[in-house]
Design a binder for this molecule. Sequence first.
Ligand code: ATP
Ligand code: MG
Length: 261
Amino acid sequence: MLKMGLKNLRLDQQEAPENIYFIASGKGGVGKTWFSITFSQALGQQDKKILLCDGDLGLANIDIQLGLTAEKDLTSSLMNYIELKDVIIPYPQGGFDVIAGRSGSGTLATLPPQSLIYLREQLKKLSSVYDIILVDLGAGVGTTIQNLMQIAGQCIVVITDEPTSLMDAYAFIKVMHGRRQVLPMNIIINQAETLEAGKRTYEIIQQVCEKFLNMTPHLLGIIRRDPYVRDTICAQTPILTRYPTAPAAEDVKGIVQMITS
Ligand SMILES: Nc1ncnc2c1ncn2[C@@H]1O[C@H](COP(=O)(O)OP(=O)(O)OP(=O)(O)O)[C@@H](O)[C@H]1O
Ligand SMILES: [Mg+2]
């Protein structure tokens, strides 16, 4: 079975569990990893069982933002066919579990087809154990990201108000929509000046998607630009632990309350 070619990897919508969310952006540095961590913790605070997996196969950094030392990671699972459940690291301070990635040499910056099949099967197994699995992707819209996206049940695209972020997010949505038209696309506007400005940014992406792709991505939420974010990343402590009432923390908690109530 592991010898199947890439063509055979295409999944039907029904086959991709809906509780597996892939977090993407197109442009790098927009806040995917920070959002993934904060979203995981906020969901955990609502008694959801959450697994956060570092799917940035080139420059993994969930463990860095959390200040974790990972002795096992996604790469060791994929390279040695170790069960994914056996590389999970509990992160009790945050109320969620983590699968770390690996940066630098020995990473899986390009994913062999058999590893993708293995990852798909392993994530599918874990999707019945967790309420939500979040996979934090790297930037870009290259082949590895496109292949990884085949095993997503849903997608969250993180966008800022910069034209480059909007353009790259649109390129990402366009490519993915071309491959899997039924994949639910959710939008997070991050680093918004105000909630109203964030709404206007969403409307730009909404309009181009409706005009050129004939689809409407769903607005999951808007997060304000907040100096506490950088502070918490430098301190390697999640914002909901260090500054739980900071504006960006409140925004993420609001998003979680909306989707869990
Ligand atoms: N809401 C916010 N307010 C202020 N700064 C933010 C916010 N969100 C993210 N940032 C800043 O953006 C930087 C990049 O964040 P992060 O590493 O999470 O982005 P990324 O999209 O995962 O990047 P990459 O594409 O390299 O993986 C952070 O160091 C932080 O300073
Ligand atoms: Mg990142």
